[in-house]
Design a protein around this ligand. Structure first.
Ligand code: SF4
Length: 96
């Protein structure tokens, strides 16, 4: 499992699903729609070429890798987007 922390989100990648992925669509989407943080190393997405500070500075939180992986890859990416107050808001409206 690879966890990438950006400013407000966490990108979690189950890299055990990547060996059989033929598209590597996550890295292509990252390059096309963001700043190309994700690179494929030994068949898996990686940010090892960047420091933690560089990941924070360059990350655009665009979510493109998750969508690309969902539709063209092996559904290995889940992005956690915490929204402060959302649980209270939903509970207040009976939606929790
Ligand atoms: S698209 Fe998904 S399954 Fe394919 S290499 Fe990227 S994260 Fe892994």
């Amino acid at each position: 499992m690879l966890e990438i922390k950006e400013k407000t989100i966490s990108v979690n990648i189950d890299t055990s699903k990547c060996d059989t992925c033929e598209t590597k669509a996550c890295a292509a989407a990252c390059k096309k729609f963001a700043r190309g943080l994700l690179q494929i190393t030994d068949g898996k997405p990686s940010v090892e070429h960047l420091s933690a500070d560089e990941v924070l500075r360059l990350g655009t939180e665009c979510l493109a890798c998750e969508l690309a992986c969902k539709f063209e890859g092996n559904q290995a990416i889940k992005i956690d987007v915490p929204i402060e107050g959302l649980d209270d808001y939903l509970a207040k409206r009976g939606l929790a």
